[in-house]
Design a protein around this ligand. Structure first.
Ligand code: GLY
Length: 372
C-alpha cells in the first residue's frame, strides 16, 4: 500500500513516500543518502513520546546513530528563541554540510527544522517525516520553511526543499479527531482548487477516511501531494500558480489573527471555513453557481468540521476589523488583497480584482449568523 510522488525540481528533485509503516524504512533510506552516520532529529515532545523510539530503532538497524532534540509542541515553538536553540544544538552536534537533519513532527516542526537546515552552514540537507495529516498533505512538501514574527505568521523564512519526505499514514492513527479533521481541511482544498473528481471522491469516501480506512488515507495523501508537487514544479517560489494553494487562506489568516493563533481555531479549521467563504464570495461575484458554496459547506458539515465563522465561538472583530487583518497577510501585493476565487469546484484562479464591498458583505453576513 505504498505510493511514491516525485517532485521534479532541477537539482533539487526528491521523492515523497506515502503509506502505513514507511517510518520503518527511514533508516535504510536515509543511510542510502550518504553523509555522516550520525543523524540529528528535531521533533516535539508529543511526537517524541509516541514515535521517536520507532524512528531511532529504524536508524539503528541501518547502522546510524541518532540524537533528538524535542521541542515544546504548539505554534509558539515557531519563534526566534526555539530556532536559535535548534541551530545551536545542531552545531553542538557537529552537523556538517554533507549531513542530514530529520524533521519529525507536524507543520510546526517541519517549518522550524527546515528553516534551521536552510540557514545552518548556509544549507544542509533535511528529511521531512511528517506526523500530522496537515503536514503530510501540505507543509512537508514544497520547501516553504520558516518561523513566525510577532507581526504575523511565517514572515521569516526561506525556500529550502527537503531531500526526502516519508509520510507514514499509520502515524495519523494517534492524532485527535480534531487535529485529523483540521488536516482534512487542506485535503478538501486540493479538490476545490483543481480536481473536481477528487472532491466527488472525498464526498463519497471522506467519512470512511476519517474513520481510519487506510487505503482511502493513502489515496487522499497521495493525490494531495501529487497536486502540490505539480504546482510546486511549475512555480517553486510563488511567482504565480503556487498561490492557488492559498485557497481559503486570506480569510483563514484573518480569522487566525482574530483568535490569537490559539486553540480556538486550528489552521486547517480556518482553511476549511476560508474555502467556504471563498466559494461564497465567488458565487456572489457571479463567478460560480450558488450551488457550489452550498456543496462545499455540506461536505464540511458531513465531516463534522467547522464550516462557518459562527462555529468558532466567542468574540470576533467586526467585518471591517477582519478585513483590516487580511491586510497583514503576505498575500498583499502593492496594497491590494490577492484572493483565490473559483469558477466552480476544481477551478480556482488568482485575482487582485475583488471589490472591498463584496468581501465586507460576505464577512458581515457570516458575522450576523454568529449573533442569531
Ligand atoms: N502551503 C502553501 C504552499 O506551500 O505554498
Amino acid at each position: 500500500m505504498t505510493a511514491t510522488v516525485h517532485v521534479d525540481l532541477p537539482g533539487r528533485a526528491y521523492d515523497i513516500i506515502i503509506g502505513p509503516g514507511v517510518l520503518d524504512q527511514a533508516g535504510a533510506r536515509i543511510a542510502a543518502m550518504g553523509g555522516r552516520r550520525h543523524i540529528c532529529i528535531l521533533t516535539d515532545e508529543t511526537v517524541a513520546g509516541l514515535h521517536l523510539a520507532s524512528l531511532q530503532a529504524s536508524l539503528a538497524a541501518a547502522g546510524l546513530t541518532s540524537q533528538a532534540l524535542a521541542l515544546p509542541p504548539g505554534e509558539g515553538t515557531k519563534c526566534w528563541a526555539q530556532l536559535e536553540r535548534s541551530v545551536e544544538w545542531l552545531l553542538a552536534q557537529k552537523v556538517e554540510r554533507g549531513d542530514i537533519v530529520v524533521a519529525f513532527g507536524g507543520g510546526v516542526i517541519g517549518d522550524l527544522a527546515g528553516f534551521a537546515a536552510a540557514i545552518l552552514r548556509r544549507g544542509v540537507r533535511f528529511v521531512q517525516i511528517p506526523s500530522s495529516l496537515l503536514a503530510q498533505v501540505d507543509s512537508s512538501v514544497g520547501g516553504k520553511t520558516g518561523i513566525n514574527s510577532p507581526i504575523g505568521k511565517n514572515l521569516i523564512g526561506a525556500f529550502h526543499q527537503p531531500s526526502l519526505v516519508l509520510a507514514d499514514t499509520a502515524l495519523l492513527g494517534t492524532l485527535t479527531s480534531r487535529d485529523f479533521l483540521a488536516g482534512y481541511g487542506e485535503v478538501v482544498k486540493y479538490g476545490l482548487l483543481g480536481d473536481a473528481a477528487f472532491f466527488d471522491w472525498l464526498e463519497a469516501e471522506g467519512p470512511a477516511l476519517a474513520r481510519g480506512d487506510m487505503a482511502a488515507r493513502v489515496r487522499a495523501v497521495t493525490r494531495s501531494c501529487q497536486m502540490k508537487a505539480d504546482i510546486v514544479q511549475r512555480d517553486e517560489t510563488e511567482q504565480g500558480d503556487r498561490a492557488l494553494l492559498n485557497l481559503g487562506h486570506t480569510f483563514c489568516h484573518a480569522l487566525e489573527a482574530a483568535t490569537g493563533y490559539s486553540d480556538r481555531l486550528l489552521h486547517g479549521e480556518g482553511v476549511a471555513i476560508g474555502c467556504a467563504l471563498a466559494f461564497e464570495l465567488s458565487a456572489r461575484l457571479g463567478l460560480c453557481s450558488q450551488e457550489d458554496p452550498s456543496r462545499v459547506r455540506a461536505h464540511l458539515r458531513d465531516m463534522g468540521m467547522k464550516v462557518d465563522i459562527a462555529d468558532i465561538g466567542g468574540d470576533l472583530p467586526d467585518a471591517a476589523g477582519l478585513l483590516a487583518l487580511m491586510g497583514q497577510d503576505k498575500k498583499v501585493v502593492d496594497g491590494k488583497l490577492r484572493f483565490i476565487l473559483a469558477r466552480g469546484i476544481g477551478d480556482a484562479f488568482i485575482t487582485s480584482d475583488v471589490p472591498r464591498e463584496a468581501v465586507l458583505g460576505v464577512l458581515q453576513d457570516a458575522l450576523d449568523q454568529t449573533r442569531r
